[in-house]
Design a protein around this ligand. Structure first.
Ligand SMILES: Cc1cc2nc3c(=O)[nH]c(=O)nc-3n(C[C@H](O)[C@H](O)[C@H](O)COP(=O)(O)OP(=O)(O)OC[C@H]3O[C@@H](n4cnc5c(N)ncnc54)[C@H](O)[C@@H]3O)c2cc1C
Length: 449
């Protein structure tokens, strides 16, 4: 049987190779380290953790990443098995000894007879005789390969920067203070004229907000990120605030064409929030990309009227990250429309985080193996954490006209659970119902596979 080639021995590539081998299919895993390093990796180990040693919450009932852990364990994930064996105390989180973890993954893959580990950079598109390939080269994909992928997909379909505005759960916005309205009530294509949630500010509140931004703690750029210029179009809000007290009011917070129904007047400044997923559970803060520390983001953004009790599905950030416009480019099993022998997995598809990258690798590996064996395989249902993540990446949830941004798994990506009565359950009850449904639906998917 011809092997499947996996490029990149990180979180996604290691998991993909493992799943392929476990399905009985040979696999060649190409990893460029240590012959060529990235700017963040330090070792030659597979599945090296480049920063934090945490896989985040391990609570499957109240946290979506905890649920994803549980699903990965049920799918015989090598990443979760190595994490469990190398756990260090971290309260409710799953944190690991990073060296022990990476060594355990390297040992497991090296001991697997169907896996051949080949060290060396893949410097462009794979040769034509590799008929099934998984590209899992991560946020720091080597420049030669990134350029080749950019040429194949179109320059504007491959991003090199993540300039992320924070995203909040819709149900935590105080609609007694905020209101729905599009600027000048314009319906636009596919809109209603009241598509945005608006949070208005009077002058005192705005100036206090600017002052807080100027004093806030920021995350420093790493040495190799310092020289990467900002695009003027996506400056962090704290950089805009430093340019002058009114810069934000003439930029993303401009109030023109908006009327606060409580006063009947145009506010001094307005934050607009745009629907982020088709389910309408998540809204992003338009133009609010930031490098403030997460604690500072929640403290300062909650000064905005209507967001006092906002919960964040993701915080803002700006860092180097190579990722595809996956909803446009990939099909439902992560294959590239333009060249279906290529699948993508991990952070390069627009999932965010160690666990999500491993999960994406697991899916790509299973899809590729099934294809090689001539077996049909359905994607996991969108009611599971694996399925919800896949739908985020392949586009089912993207709101009309929205731009694709990487994201961690979160309960906002899941369809509402079935409920009795008029109002959907909130908070813990909602999470519990989603988690219970996911467990049942994953079981059915695994039985059918
Ligand atoms: C600086 C930084 C800090 C981060 N901190 C965190 C964090 O704290 N927590 C978190 O959850 N996530 C963090 N991330 C995101 C993190 O990168 C992902 O969660 C995870 O590592 C992605 O897994 P991956 O398998 O997609 O990519 P990676 O784990 O990066 O694996 C990609 C692999 O591909 C190899 N490779 C690249 N190009 C080629 C090529 N052409 N040929 C052969 N091999 C190649 C690389 O050497 C690497 O081993 C961080 C990212 C960066 C850049």
């Amino acid at each position: 049987m011809k092997p499947i080639h996996v490029i990149g021995g990180g979180l996604a590539g290691s998991e993909a190779a493992w799943q392929i081998a476990k399905a009985g299919v040979p696999v060649v895993l190409h990893e460029m380290r240590p012959l060529r390093q990235t700017d963040a990796h330090q070792t030659d180990g597979l599945a090296e953790l480049v920063c934090s040693n945490s896989f985040r919450s391990d609570d499957p009932e109240n946290n979506a990443v905890g649920l994803l852990h549980a699903e990965l364990r049920r799918c015989d994930s090598v990443i979760l098995a190595a994490a469990d064996r190398n756990q260090v105390p971290a309260g409710g989180a799953l944190a690991v000894d990073r060296d022990g973890f990476s060594q355990a993954v390297t040992a497991a893959l090296s001991a697997e007879p169907l896996i051949t580990l080949q060290r060396g950079e893949v410097e462009g598109l794979p040769p034509a005789d590799w008929d099934s390939v998984i590209v899992a080269t991560g946020p720091l994909t080597s420049p030669a390969l990134a350029e080749a992928i950019g040429n194949l997909t179109g320059e504007d379909s491959l991003a090199f920067f993540d300039a992320i505005a924070p995203i909040v759960y819709r149900e935590t916005i105080d609609m007694e203070k905020a209101w729905f309205q599009s600027r000048y009530d314009k319906p636009g294509p596919g809109g209603t004229g009241a598509d945005y949630i608006n949070c208005g500010m009077d002058r005192d509140t705005y100036e206090a907000f600017i002052a807080a931004l100027l004093e806030a703690d920021r995350i420093d750029f790493r040495e190799w990120e310092k020289n990467t210029p900002y695009f003027e179009g996506c400056l962090p809000i704290e950089v805009m605030a430093a340019r002058g007290v009114d810069t934000l009011r003439y930029g993303p917070m401009k109030p023109v064409g908006l009327t606060d129904p409580r006063t009947g007047r145009r506010p001094w400044a307005v934050l607009q929030l745009r629907q982020d997923n088709a389910l309408g559970t998540l809204f992003n803060l338009v133009g609010f990309q930031t490098k403030l520390k997460w604690g500072e983001q929640s403290r300062i953004l909650r000064m905005i009227p209507g967001l006092e009790k906002a919960r964040f599905a993701r915080f803002g950030g700006i860092h180097r990250n190579t990722f595809l416009n996956s909803p446009k480019l990939l099909d439902g099993t992560l294959r590239l429309h333009a060249d279906p022998r290529l699948r993508f997995a991990g952070q390069i598809t627009g999932v965010e985080g160690y666990v999500e990258s491993a999960a994406c690798g697991l899916l790509a590996g299973r899809f590729a193996a099934a294809e090689r064996l001539g077996r049909a395989i359905e994607p996991p249902p969108p009611t599971t954490a694996l399925g919800a993540l896949l739908v985020h990446v392949t586009g089912g949830h993207l709101a009309e006209g929205g731009s694709f941004q990487p994201m961690n798994v979160n309960f906002g990506l899941f369809p509402l659970p079935p409920f009795e009565g008029k109002k959907p359950p909130k908070g813990k009850d909602r999470k519990r119902l989603i988690a219970q449904r996911a467990v049942a639906d994953l079981g059915e998917w695994l039985d059918a596979a």
